[in-house]
Write a protein that binds this ligand. Structure first.
Ligand code: ACO
Length: 335
């Protein structure tokens, strides 16, 4: 049996920086509230008129990851694309990457697992590589949130949190089983689907019905989040996922060299850091700059941590995420 290892990382975020003060001009909010509750100082939002979308941002990040992996696009055997904001309702963004990068007609798969999307995507790619089916898998997380947010005071509980951006990793076969993905642990609890959701368009509420109603009060296209409920579940599930990963590999919390938590809220990351007694240099956060980029957040953070030299050969790296579904999980890897 083979193992899978990340051999290339890349990220792309739109240039347009939106500060908390910028938001306070659109809605009744302020820098103090946002920073105190979430830790976010600014986020990137695709500018109106830009050609950026989830697929194009994903393609930009992917090109960097493939180059850093020392591969060509023709050597990629499969694409896994995690997003909750695909360019089309269908098809998914993975097939667009095949086209945008002018790749051979390799398989492409979208993962619709929101904030846990990248953790799920890594696990799926890992399985394909471990079985020997594929050698090099391109894994992307990308989100274009800003086009679908309620930017009025009505939507302030959600819209101030989300940002746009993309990250990509090339995962490749290795025969050194001491390196790469050691294990992944995935979970879901669907009874909480409507605690964090975008309701429309969906099969329960057909598009023609919505168009006929044309109701300005209809918020079903905007994300809804029961914030405190989600928060309470997040801190518990994050911790469980990390403990499960450590136990599966006979590791102790002291063995964690770098924890990359999904960037949902700085307070959630800090809670987890305190619970595990980790030092600041053992946890990487960049929500202050980018907000919550859901399926892109873990891969953007992993890429930045690596670019800043904070991940070294032989390190034990833990990815952990929790989000809409509810879904959550962890990946334990040796760098
Ligand atoms: N600016 C100013 N005031 C605001 C804002 C804002 N942007 N948003 C809400 N408020 C007000 C509310 O109206 C409320 O006022 P009231 O007390 O007069 O009614 C008050 O602030 C408190 O609102 P809460 O929603 O209770 O604020 P809370 O402390 O819970 O923080 C937050 C909200 C930041 C969303 C937090 O609950 C959170 O981070 N939840 C978890 C998020 C998460 O982990 N998501 C998972 C990943 S996302 C995904 O999967 C798609």
């Amino acid at each position: 049996m083979y193992n899978s290892k990340i051999i290339g990382l890349g990220k792309y975020v739109p240039e347009n920086v939106v500060t908390n003060d910028d938001l306070s001009k659109m809605m009744d909010t302020n820098d103090e509230w946002i920073q105190e509750r979430t830790g976010i100082k600014e986020r990137r939002w695709i500018e109106k008129g830009s050609e950026d979308t989830s697929a194009t941002m994903g393609a930009k990040a992917a090109r960097i990851a493939i180059e850093r992996a020392g591969l060509t696009k023709d050597e990629i055997d499969f694409i896994v694309f995690a997003t909750l904001s695909p360019d089309y309702y269908f098809p998914g963004c993975g097939v667009q990457i095949q086209d945008m990068l002018d790749m051979p007609t390799v398989g492409a798969l979208d993962i619709r697992n929101q904030c846990s999307g990248f953790v799920y995507a890594v696990s799926v790619a890992d399985q394909f590589i471990k079985t020997g089916m594929y050698k090099n898998v391109l894994v992307i997380g990308s989100e274009y949130h800003s086009g679908g947010l309620d930017k009025t005071t009505r939507g302030r509980g959600v819209s101030v949190i989300f940002g746009d951006g993309a990250g990509a990793a090339v995962m490749s076969r290795t025969e050194d089983n001491s390196k790469g993905v050691l294990s992944s642990h995935l979970h879901s609890e669907g009874k909480y689907a409507e605690e964090l959701t975008v309701l429309g368009p969906n099969i329960k509420k057909w598009v023609p019905e919505i168009l006929e109603a044309n109701d300005p009060e209809d918020t079903s296209y905007y994300p809804y989040m029961n914030g405190q409920f989600v928060f309470k579940h997040a801190v518990v599930r994050f911790s469980e996922a990390i403990i499960e990963g450590l136990q599966a590999n006979n590791l102790q919390k002291e063995d964690i060299d770098m924890l990359i938590p999904h960037q949902a809220n700085l307070r959630i990351s800090q809670f987890v850091q305190r619970k595990f007694g980790l030092r600041d240099d053992q946890v990487f956060n960049n929500i202050q700059k980018y907000g919550n980029t859901t399926a892109a957040s873990v891969i953007i953070a992993l890429t930045e941590a690596w670019e800043e030299g904070k991940i070294k050969d032989g390190d034990t790296v833990v990815l952990a995420a929790f989000g809409s579904g509810f879904t959550w999980g962890s990946v334990i890897m040796k760098w």
